[in-house]
Design a protein around this ligand. Structure first.
Ligand SMILES: [Zn+2]
Ligand SMILES: [Zn+2]
Ligand SMILES: [Zn+2]
Length: 606
């Protein structure tokens, strides 16, 4: 440890100076080698190494003992830490040390330069290195309108932040002077305006933290705030608002961070934060002052919004038109249509009975029937013009039946005045028929059966059928759209895999089966296949036993034949020796063979 008195000269840091620059100046003024000074205030087991010296300016604690250094130089810790990126990192990551270490390591690589960059003019005017030069995106000096220099102009080498004999303004490799070197002028600094504003806020503002969620984990709160910005500062979170937004990260990761459901809980990367805020034109200062509305937090945290709640009915006549909450799920899952479009997530509106599905490619809610696109949008206008169902069918190129169905639908749902269609349908629904309809729906799964039970004229049947409450009753009764569970390919191949092992006489094990099918043990277990594998194993060992038994019997018979030919008397010992099995063993595995041998020997004695 350096004696306090050994530092004869104790300079003050300059405004915006970096800690490594300050260490170089302290060393030079006192005739010391900067790595010697670093070694004196070493933290952790790392030896001073030029290539990791950038860390002194970001998270000094990991390699440099600021606490001890402050005593020697007589500058307090806060002032020393202001020479590093700690104030910026703490604004986001708080004082959580582990988060700070981890996150800053990630950030450094992408946001901060790992070698010195400098403005020759700045050094000429005032001989120290500025901390801000380390920010990659700010590769200019706004003061002199010059591009920052990244290499030594003489030896072309990159300059580490703290080399063994670093002196500010001198290249540590070739000792040439870095001052007064020419640099490329820049013509427009406009693009740097936002970045420089952000970094000046991060490094100098008094605001201690931009994340402060009352009872919420700061990692989550940060992601929640970003989602709030992305969804246009709406009172509740709505995925539909952000569908077309280009995000610098995946939305689902952001959602997981916000809900705290990530496997590894992390702070959102500073690069992503800055990118989102800039894109949405929100300043860091504004961002830090945002307090999330309770309703917004609830919409994201109390429950995962179900897909059905993110959409709303699009039938213009429906009382729930564009109001989320009326859509319910049916039991149908994915379906591939003939034109190749894949629909899944079947829904119906609980208010008007319109059926929907979500197109998996566009995420759009699409009507499954044709009552919005045809009945409401086209047929209705033609009827109001006085056209009949035949004209309508002809004009729209639809079948007569479709035309009739559209007409009846419009009347059942009171979408056209009753007098436009005045035959074969009642003026108002008869309650007893509606009741019969509802009862029939309870008891049958097919429309064909309904027709039979109700026995109404076709148009009248349609009239009741299209009543919203009848449609809703039909759609909400389970079993109407049976979920079709696809048998997975590998399950189909399961018997074949077992057969294959038996044929090859390879012992059946869970491991072997899972390898053949390409699924893991857990999958086999969850599909209830382990007992089947155990049974196959037992079957296989039984088969093997039978085979071995047959083989042994053959051997016994052959031996006896040979003995008879030679006229040799057979003894029990000779037989077992020939079989290469001990009797005691054979009794256990194949008792029937020992019995057989016993009989032969006995008959021979007679
Ligand atoms: Zn400059
Ligand atoms: Zn050089
Ligand atoms: Zn509706």
């Amino acid at each position: 440890m350096i004696n306090n008195k050994l530092l004869l000269i104790k300079p003050n840091p300059y405004h915006g100076e970096s800690l490594t620059s300050f260490i170089q100046r302290v060393s030079e003024l006192n005739g010391l080698n900067p790595h010697f000074l670093w070694r004196t205030y070493l933290n952790g087991s790392h030896y001073p190494q030029s290539q990791v010296s950038s860390i002194i300016n970001t998270v000094p604690e990991t390699i440099f003992n600021i606490l001890a250094f402050q005593e020697t130089v007589g500058i307090n810790q806060d002032r020393l830490e202001n020479l590093t990126f700690l104030p910026a990192l703490r604004k986001i990551y708080g004082h959580d040390k582990s988060a700070l270490d981890l996150s800053s390591q990630r950030i450094m690589s992408s946001i901060l330069a790992s070698n010195l960059r400098y403005c020759p003019k700045c050094i000429e005017e005032n001989c120290y290195y500025r901390l801000i030069w380390q920010v990659k995106e700010l590769d200019i000096c706004l003061h002199h309108k010059l591009k920052l220099v990244e290499n030594c102009p003489y030896c072309q080498k990159q300059i580490p932040f703290l080399a063994p004999d670093s002196i500010v303004g001198i290249c540590p490799h070739c000792q040439c002077n870095l001052i007064c070197q020419s640099s490329t002028p820049i013509y427009s600094e406009a693009t740097y305006f936002r970045a420089s504003e952000d970094w000046s806020f991060l490094l100098t503002s008094d605001i201690k933290s931009i994340v402060h969620g009352d009872h919420i984990d700061p990692k989550q709160y940060l992601a929640l705030k970003l989602l709030f910005i992305i969804s246009g500062k709406a009172n509740t979170f709505n995925k539909q608002h952000i569908v077309n937004l280009h995000l610098p990260c995946s939305l689902s990761v952001l959602l997981q961070s916000a809900r705290g459901t990530c496997s590894i809980k992390r702070f959102t990367h500073l690069g992503i934060i800055l990118s989102i805020l800039r894109c949405q034109n929100v300043s860091l200062e504004e961002f830090s002052s945002i307090k999330l509305p309770e309703s917004f937090l609830n919409s994201l945290l109390t429950h995962t919004p179900l897909l059905k709640d993110q959409y709303s009915c699009i039938a213009p006549w429906c009382t729930s038109f564009r109001k989320p909450g009326s859509l319910k799920r049916t039991a149908t899952s994915t379906k591939q249509l003939e034109d190749g479009t894949k629909l899944n997530y079947y829904l119906y509106c609980h208010s008007c009975g319109t059926e929907y599905a979500i197109d998996t490619q566009t995420n759009e809610l699409v009507e499954r029937g044709y009552f919005i696109k045809l009945a409401w949008n086209k047929v209705r206008h033609l009827i109001l013009e006085g056209k009949g169902k035949r004209d309508i069918a002809f004009q729209l190129g639809i079948s007569l039946d479709q035309s009739l169905r559209c007409l009846v639908y419009l009347i059942s749902n009171n979408l056209i005045p009753r007098h436009y269609f005045n035959f074969l349908i009642p003026n108002i629904p008869q309650p007893q028929i509606v009741d019969r309809f509802l009862l029939a729906i309870k008891n049958s799964d097919r429309i064909k059966d309904l027709k039979k039970i109700l026995n109404l004229p076709y148009t009248e049947f349609l009239y009741y059928w299209y009543l919203p409450n009848v449609q809703v009753a039909w759609l909400s009764t389970p079993g109407k759209a049976k979920k079709k569970q696809l048998t997975k390919q590998w399950i189909k191949e399961f018997p074949e895999a077992i057969k294959q092992l038996i044929n090859k006489e390879e012992p059946i094990t869970i491991d072997k089966v899972s390898k053949i099918l390409g699924v893991n043990h857990e999958t086999l277990r969850s599909h209830g296949l382990l007992p089947q594998i155990a049974a196959a194993k037992k079957h296989q060992s039984d088969l093997q036993k039978v085979k071995r038994g047959e083989m042994l019997i053959n051997k016994v018979e052959e031996f006896i034949r040979e003995c008879k030919q030679n006229g040799t008397a057979i003894t029990s010992d000779m037989l077992y020796k020939n079989l290469k099995v001990r009797r005691t063993v054979l009794v256990r595995t194949h008792p029937e063979i020992t019995k057989y041998i016993h009989t032969i020997l006995k008959s021979q004695q007679i």
